[in-house]
Design a protein around this ligand. Sequence first.
Ligand SMILES: [Zn+2]
Length: 325
Amino acid sequence: MARLPLAASLVLSLIGSASCKSNADDTTNGNVSDGPAEIQERVDATFAGLALATIANEQDNREALLKHPALAALVRHQQMSGNPSPDKEQILDGILASPWNTKSAASNLEYLRDREPELWEAALASSSYLPDGALIDGELFLIVGYDIGVASPPDMVLNVAHQNFVDEPAEFAFYATHEAHHVGFLSQREFPDLAHLDDPAALAALIAFSTQMEGMAVHAALPAREAANALGVDPDYAVYTDKEKANQTIDRYREVLGLLDGLDQVDGATINQVLGAMSSGERLWYQFGALVARQIEQESGRDALVGTIADPATFDAAATQLLAN
Ligand SMILES: [Zn+2]
């Protein structure tokens, strides 16, 4: 079997994480704020504003939305996640039809209106965990109705209607750091081939890649989360403070990887089980990856951790060491 739809959809959470929730009622337009020109260019709230007005039947912005570079970024995100021919109209229909809370989305756009410089700074903060030459040179699009945040190099996308941000608007900055780290990481590394995940070596390579990419992105937002006393808001960060949770995560990651032991070919159910546990299910590659990143930084320093982007074998060796303890 070449490509498995369920596996591919699970892999979507490689570079994003959830789907939207909530109910619809009110709207507003989301326009960019006054601020330094460069920042105005980099944070673009127009897609969210156009979508909100369309949902409220104030304007029919469908044509503008179809041409919007934020939608092009979502198409690229789907392609990178294993969907070879994503349908732009279908993605837009999904966004416009999904039952998210437009009132909360509007109030989050308002919240961000004067904070675009901070949001872009939070994206750039990821560069302290990226090598020289890593590029964060696209746009940060604010959208509604798709995942929570996704990286789609050179751009990144945040969903202002997502319940996480409705509950905690301060999370925008941490997610900007996370997604921007992916953009920089992917400017240095090629995303693995998802076409032959029934080959145990290909599946293991995807897991190793994602453990490093997601773990480092989680870790990149650690300093800002610590400074804001916000580790407790995101369950991925419990491994940093809860030794028992960290040990459980290591044990579970080892156990799930062990499902591939001795296999010549991986059946579809096993692929889904493994990727489900690693990604949106138990979030093992985020949390175990963060532990590996922390260990490398503690033992060898931040430059050494950053160096593993060019030399992934070093990251894999640290992971193996953590699993052996
Ligand atoms: Zn991620």
